[in-house]
Design a protein around this ligand. Sequence first.
Ligand SMILES: [Zn+2]
Length: 219
Amino acid sequence: MKKYVSISILGFLLLSCLAFKFEPINSFPLFGKFIILDPGHGNEDPGSIYNDEFEKNYNLEFARTLKRTIEKYGGTVILTRDGDYDLSNPKAHSRKRSDFDNRIKLINEDAPDLYISLHMNYLNDPKYFGSQTFYSTVNSKNELLAQKLQDRLNDFFNFKKDYKKIGNDKYMFSKIEVPGVLLEYGFMSNYKDRKNLKNENYREKLSTVICQGIIDYFT
Ligand SMILES: [Zn+2]
């Protein structure tokens, strides 16, 4: 009897090892996918401001964490900026317009499988928190991506925000032809979002949720 038990245990261990051996294949669901992350603002353009805190810095930190997380899932990622600068030409008449134009050019020319522009929201009422996706109708895949991301984000934040169409005034997003969304991943105007987003563990958790949404979109 003891012998059979030992054999069963051995068999179980062997199966566990096999399962473990094959697991890494499934843990790279974004292998072969090329993603551009676009942290908004930079340099003279701080984005939203709360006291002495600038949105541009939050965007960069979050983009870096999201990049690492996507890479853990096997994806290839580049950032439109990886420092405190914007993409405007130094002699540009309109710095903001030039920054947009160069982001548009970079994303269109590199033709990733998808892009995500990262920004924070700001409302006068500080009670609003959490992430929301916005899409333009330029590429027909944008809405699906916005929906898949929002579904996962709604589960994570335990709320029911709608993914929304970007208004016509969003110059940049009307010119990017490859699939992608604007992700307002948190509120500068909300204490908890600011506090959470300073924490690498939280940024990793939120990044993992976003990766799940990206995987849903591709599958
Ligand atoms: Zn912004």
